[in-house]
Design a binder for this molecule. Sequence first.
Ligand code: ATP
Length: 237
Amino acid sequence: MTDLLRLKGVEASYRDHQVLFGIDLAIAPSSSVALLGANGAGKTTTLRAICGMVRTRGEITFEDERIDGRRTDQVARLGIGHVPDGRGTFLNMTVEENLQLGGYLRRRSGAMAQRMEQIFTHFPRLKERRNQQAGTLSGGEQQMLAISRALMLDPKLLLLDEPSFGLAPLIVKEIFSILRAINETNRTALLIVEQNAKLALDIAEHAYLIETGSIVMHGPSEKLKGEESIRKAYLGY
Ligand code: ATP
């Protein structure tokens, strides 16, 4: 089967400061993949590279089409949703308005309303709060809103930047079980950047380890859980 997304020799820099040094990574359709690594290793930049938010060299292919050099909105239209770190929700807008923004590329408003209802089946808490300002939601609900917003265009691939960040364990558990359901029922592929390696390895079938801008290890999550270097540095035992 061909890969849904493929990165080949991807490099990226912020001005003259190079951050990614030839990333190779592949995601199969409907699969779930974790990207692990220490602070500053280049995880966020890898997601930004896929979305066209940083200038890159190398090849990024989505459904056999080169997407490197494309604009962020073009990448979104092709079927890649992005849940950025810090969530990126508009706090002074309601839940529904945030979702409408996420779906702005959908032409028909009927399709938008229908999609919103589909998303609410995964996030009943948001449905109850659809007219509430996003800024009054709990941190967990805001993360749910950020995920929902990215789902509005019904992406084939969802990129998630630290979905557990700053949240209590119980709500993290809830969010990850919703992500698993979205992966299993909608067949949406997931690429999850996570500091919490245990969580990431539990949800993902496959994982990549990035160190100072290069992939140093990858394989099935079950196998990586058994690697001594992963256990010591990322799982803490
Ligand atoms: P973290 O979990 O800490 O966010 P990360 O693995 O996601 O880490 P990146 O955010 O991709 O790492 O950052 C990689 C490197 O690029 C770091 O050295 C960081 O300081 C630098 N960097 C990130 N964003 C910018 C920016 N906008 N301008 C300049 N340098 C940046």
